[in-house]
Design a protein around this ligand. Structure first.
Ligand SMILES: CC(C)(COP(=O)(O)OP(=O)(O)OC[C@H]1O[C@@H](n2cnc3c(N)ncnc32)[C@H](O)[C@@H]1OP(=O)(O)O)[C@@H](O)C(=O)NCCC(=O)NCCS
Length: 152
């Protein structure tokens, strides 16, 4: 079986706030993005979640990937909480989540996607047509860079 085939059972779903999918996605992103830094999902982050669109990747009933979109203004979306379960990486699940997020953003009339890429994960965004904007800054205790991409 090729690496591409491994992604074929994975489906992307919207995860409405407080749905079972949302709660599973929240657990996954805490496990991947916060616990290794000695952090938990904060109250502020949960409040911010109410202003975001959430999507998740599901494989055989299990949430294996997550991404959230937060409108910053009428034209710009902030892509956040990009995470794929470790055993499922390198199977293009992250790529499918980004592509889905971009399609959703473009069809909703947004023209620019921005993300705060962790240093070490920036190559993932650069491969998807994002460009670095500005210098390195710290967020959640680790270095990040802002990346942006025009949506069509
Ligand atoms: C970053 C992440 C979401 C990528 O998901 P994934 O499903 O493994 O990525 P894909 O299989 O879709 O990879 C697509 C391409 O990006 C590349 N890529 C993936 N992760 C990368 C990384 N950390 N650095 C550089 N390139 C990366 C892949 O090699 C692949 O390249 P190719 O097109 O030349 O084959 C995943 O590794 C992850 O959850 N990492 C931990 C959390 C994290 O850092 N999230 C980002 C926060 S800003």
């Amino acid at each position: 079986m090729t690496i591409m085939d491994r992604g074929t059972t994975v489906l992307i779903f919207e995860a409405p706030l407080d749905s079972a999918l949302y709660r599973d996605a929240l657990r996954l992103r805490e496990h991947i993005l916060r616990r290794p830094l000695g952090l938990a999902v904060s109250r502020e982050e949960l409040a911010d979640d109410t202003m975001r669109q959430h999507f998740c990747a599901v494989d055989c009933g299990a949430v294996v990937g997550t991404v959230s979109l937060r409108p910053l203004d009428e034209t710009t979306l902030h892509l956040k909480q990009m995470a794929v379960a470790e055993p499922k990486r390198a199977a293009r699940i992250g790529s499918r989540l980004v592509a889905h997020a971009e399609r959703w953003g473009a069809s909703a009339g947004f023209r620019l996607m921005i993300a705060h890429a962790r240093i070490g994960a920036e190559g993932f965004y650069l491969k998807h047509g994002y460009a670095q904007e500005g210098g390195v800054f710290f967020e959640q205790t680790i270095p990040h860079m802002r990346v942006t991409k025009r949506l069509r």
